[in-house]
Design a protein around this ligand. Structure first.
Ligand SMILES: Cc1cc2nc3c(=O)[nH]c(=O)nc-3n(C[C@H](O)[C@H](O)[C@H](O)COP(=O)(O)OP(=O)(O)OC[C@H]3O[C@@H](n4cnc5c(N)ncnc54)[C@H](O)[C@@H]3O)c2cc1C
Length: 395
């Protein structure tokens, strides 16, 4: 038996941060939206104990501005956020270093380190309060077909939803992208990012520290309680070893890899690992479908920009759809305008992160001395630094 179809302006598949933010922005415009996710989503306030969520993001000022417009920033800020005002990048101590300071770009901070659960809960609470948005989770998209001015979505539990537009915010393995037959350029980085929360002997000074090692970059992101969240990208084989090590052995390896920049590592949580790859969709839209976030582009985390790019996608798509009006959702014109505005910025960031990965990687053709000279040179060229800073801030 075919269940009766429920009608929406837009169905958003995937309630990660970009998908939830888009649903919120469209809901605020008065659109009738269904947001679905295969995982259960809770709007219940999170108990913020001593332990930080191992998934944290460096959220840029432009993303903060969007989250403020969505009405969720006060909740996020009241929960737990950690500003970072400086960034220190180096390859080998004392040879060539690059430092960024928020004040140089006229900013109060470069951004905030925020836990995934803090942002997703604030968005879920906001969505729950909106009469225009129906949050369905767990609910998994199985397939879809276009029927004239509508797209009909089938869920794995047999439910049917129809809409004028289906948004694929369903991550790097996007079903919406695959079923829309949108091709990708993609390659594995042959690196795994290890994340953990660590305690260091010295204060982090509200600075994000990043060292480029031949096997991949190692970042220390400052947390509000004085600890740091690390993202250590390395070969998959080394990642397996590092995750299996006893804590003491891991802390010694981490101290050595960071040249003890923050002193000895005195405590660590267990480690999680994320395989890394580059991915870019050849087009961002097809017949009545459009992609945002990692479904459209997945980049190396060394610049901490994935969520920020996804939020910028959501912002621009909501804006273009708003200009077109709900009755025009799903038509190619607003979707093409969205793609035109976002593609250049996403490709630029993807190129920079991929370029840095190659420049400092094991197979880099440039000797260490040349790279370090490059870092030192950028460091003494205020206009170049200023531009890089404002780009990272999304301004
Ligand atoms: C180690 C690491 C560190 C990072 N650090 C940063 C950082 O500091 N700053 C930053 O900006 N970015 C960072 N990123 C990048 C960031 O994690 C991603 O860009 C971001 O999570 C992508 O969000 P998304 O919602 O597009 O995709 P996802 O997070 O993959 O979410 C997709 C959602 O879609 C749902 N879904 C999938 N298929 C279906 C289906 N068929 N039906 C229903 N639901 C479905 C999934 O359940 C999931 O909830 C980091 C990434 C890594 C790996």
């Amino acid at each position: 038996m075919v269940s009766q179809s429920v009608d929406y302006d837009v169905v958003v598949c995937g309630a990660g941060i970009p998908g939830a933010a888009l649903a919120c922005a469209l809901g605020q415009q008065g659109w009738n939206v269904a947001l679905l996710d295969a995982r259960p989503i809770s709007a219940a306030a999170v108990e913020l104990g001593e332990e930080y969520d191992p998934r944290v993001y460096a959220i840029a000022p432009a993303s903060q501005k969007f989250l403020t417009e969505l009405g969720v920033w006060p909740q996020i800020a009241a929960a737990r956020i950690s500003p970072y005002r400086q960034m220190q990048v180096w390859e080998r101590a004392g040879v060539g270093e690059l430092s960024f300071d928020a004040a140089e770009a006229g900013l109060a901070e470069l951004g905030h380190i925020i836990e995934d659960r803090v942002i997703t809960t604030a968005l879920a609470q906001r969505l729950e309060s909106m009469a225009t948005v129906t949050l369905m989770a767990p609910a998994e998209l199985l397939g879809f077909e276009t029927q004239g001015q509508q797209i009909s979505c089938e869920l794995t539990d047999g439910q049917h939803l129809s809409a004028k537009l289906l948004v694929g915010a369903d991550g790097a393995d996007s079903k919406v992208r695959i079923l829309s037959q949108i091709e990708t350029v993609s390659w594995p980085y042959k690196q795994t990012a290890i994340v953990a929360t660590v305690t260091t002997e010295k204060a982090h000074e509200e600075t994000a520290w990043q060292r480029f090692l031949p096997a991949g970059p190692l970042a220390f992101l400052p947390l509000g309680d004085g600890r740091s969240s690390i993202v250590w990208s390395t070969t998959p084989e080394r990642a397996v070893e590092l995750r299996a090590m006893a804590d003491a052995e891991f802390m010694a390896a981490l101290g050595q890899a960071s040249e003890d920049r923050l002193g000895a590592i005195t405590a660590t949580t267990t480690r999680l690992g994320f395989p890394l790859r580059l991915l870019h969709a050849s087009q961002y839209s097809a017949a009545r479908t459009v992609l945002i976030g990692d479904a459209a582009h997945s980049i190396h985390p060394l610049a901490g920009q994935g969520v920020n790019l996804g939020l910028a996608d959501a912002y621009v798509l909501a804006q273009e759809l708003g200009v077109a009006g709900a009755h025009e959702a799903g038509r190619q014109q607003p979707l093409r305008r969205y793609a035109r505005r976002r593609k250049s910025e996403n490709v630029a960031m993807l190129t920079v992160t991929d370029g840095l990965y190659r420049l400092f990687g094991m197979r880099s053709p440039l000797p260490t001395m040349t790279r370090n000279l490059g870092l030192a040179l950028v460091n003494i060229l205020p206009p170049v630094k200023h531009r890089l800073l404002r780009q990272a801030a999304g301004l």
